[in-house]
Design a protein around this ligand. Structure first.
Ligand code: DUC
Ligand code: ZN
Ligand code: ZN
Ligand code: ZN
Length: 466
């Protein structure tokens, strides 16, 4: 048992002074203004700290096989790093190859994730369509605790889904009470522009953003929303990075369509200038998709979060070390796409969002935890501080500073995109299922302590089709 004493509770609904008692079952046993410490119960001093639901990162790629290599953070190192940054749950992605059934792939990912130090769930990627997939989706939703599917409109000749298959998948998911998520970039256009650039001899990382301009995301976001609208089903767009994307989502929501959008903190902080300069590796370290954009897109992303048109933040945490990035030394299209960041999401969002006055602490909780729990139907088990919820809690020091560096981070990767950045807002202590796993610099993550989050289907208001 753990008594979190003397802190200020912050949830998506509001803030109040209160104590929390975490039970031996890993759940919140009691919440009250003052609680008497039961005998034999450890006390965690939260005086002067904000006590918030642990972060949920709904978009990570631990040990993901991708672009001829495997992401370097595995389920243990990646989730442990998350705990050090206040994130207590992830939703990762099962990426089936064309020879493996969805259910077998899900099983293989469950196996890999056994080493997780924090709780985890899975979205399952649908890359094509056939009768077996139709049946497997039902098994996944009804027997495997999967209530979301992923679609890549990018990565032609690899993960890219055709529109017809996407429609089949969206209809099937809605029938089952699952939600579809989508990486919105026009994969045909990207492939075309990549070839164009290579044929002009533009082989370096500075060509990467040129091959995936904002319009490529805008078109795909519009198309995904239109296709979902044809069927009257909800859609969740991952890593929205452009004004065009925000606009497409906002307009659809104003029409009454159920559309959600996710933001990555790195898109709020970095712009396309990261690809300039003579240091090849440094530029390659920022190669991810969607790429970093001209600066003006950041205002649209902030506006979307402040107004509630964008609901979640994630990291797309996908680590590749220098030798992996160097696979694309002579051809930018072969640089493994991905940036690390699970450990830094909450601090970076607090520093640039709450400290600047753009977001309230309550909005911060909504954006880092509660909205995700609600959309993916884990609420109130996750994303809340209610009695009976999982005791996943972060004790936040709103005034402490830390300087981010690969020298001190816990992510299994040899660089940090935020290297040298000093941020205000630090996870002082993290509690996972009632256990203190991060205590002011002391990481006590336990390999295998993380449990699978079986997510139930959610019957949604299927709207009238367009
Ligand atoms: N984008 C990345 O940068 N990495 C993993 C997959 C993705 O869509
Ligand atoms: Zn059949
Ligand atoms: Zn993506
Ligand atoms: Zn991703």
């Amino acid at each position: 048992m753990l008594h979190v004493k003397g802190g200020t509770l912050v949830t998506a609904e509001g803030s109040k002074r209160a104590d929390i008692l975490c039970g031996a079952d890993g759940k919140i046993a009691h919440v009250a203004t003052t609680i008497e410490t039961p005998t034999g119960c450890d006390v965690v001093d939260a005086a002067g700290l904000l006590v918030m639901p642990g972060g949920i990162d709904p978009h990570t790629h631990m040990e993901m096989p991708f672009m001829g290599t495997i992401a370097s953070d595995d389920f243990y190192t990646g989730t442990a790093a998350g705990l050090a940054g206040g994130t207590t749950s992830i939703i990762d992605f099962v990426i089936p190859d064309s020879r493996t059934s969805l259910v077998d792939a899900w099983q293989a990912w469950r196996q890999k994730a056994q080493k997780s130090a924090a709780d985890y769930g899975f979205h399952v990627a649908i890359t094509h369509w056939n009768d077996q997939i139709y049946h497997d989706m039902k098994t996944l939703v009804e027997e495997c605790g999967v209530n979301s599917f992923k679609h890549f409109m990018a990565y032609k000749n690899a993960l890219m889904v055709e529109d017809e298959a996407f429609l089949h998948s969206m209809r099937r998911a809605a029938e089952l009470g699952a939600i579809c998520t989508v990486h919105a970039e026009n994969g045909d256009a990207v492939a075309y522009l990549q070839q164009d650039l290579l044929s002009e001899g533009r082989t370096g990382p500075e060509a990467h953003p040129v091959s995936r301009p904002a319009a490529v995301e805008g078109e795909a976001a519009h198309r995904a929303i239109t296709l979902a609208g044809l069927l009257g089903v909800p859609i969740y767009i991952v890593h929205v990075s452009t004004q065009e994307g925000v606009q497409a989502i906002s307009e659809a929501r104003l029409r009454g369509q159920e559309v959600y959008g996710e933001v990555l903190p790195q898109h709020l902080v970095f712009d396309e200038s990261v690809y300039e300069g003579s240091d090849w590796l440094k530029a390659a370290q920022y190669v991810m998709s969607p790429p970093f954009r001209p600066k003006h897109h950041q205002a649209a992303l902030w506006g979307g979060m402040m107004s509630g048109q964008l609901q979640t933040t994630a990291t797309d945490h996908c680590c590749f070390c220098a030798p992996q990035k160097e696979m694309g030394k002579t051809d930018f299209t072969r640089i493994p796409n991905g940036t690390p960041g699970i450990e830094d999401r909450m601090s970076v969002l607090w520093h640039y969002g709450v400290k600047t006055g753009k977001l309230t602490p309550e909005q911060f909780v909504a954006l880092t935890s509660t909205n995700t729990a609600q959309i993916f139907n884990m609420y109130p088990q996750k994303g809340s501080l209610a009695i009976g919820a999982d005791a996943d809690i972060v004790l936040w020091d709103a005034d402490a500073e830390r300087t981010i560096s690969a020298q001190t981070h816990h992510q299994n990767v040899d660089y940090n995109i935020y290297e040298g950045m000093t941020v205000t807002g630090v996870a002082k202590k993290t509690i996972s299922k009632g256990h203190l796993v991060w205590d002011e610099g002391d990481l006590r993550a336990v390999r295998g302590a993380g449990q699978y989050i079986a997510r139930q289907p959610k019957r949604r208001n299927v709207r009238k089709p367009l």
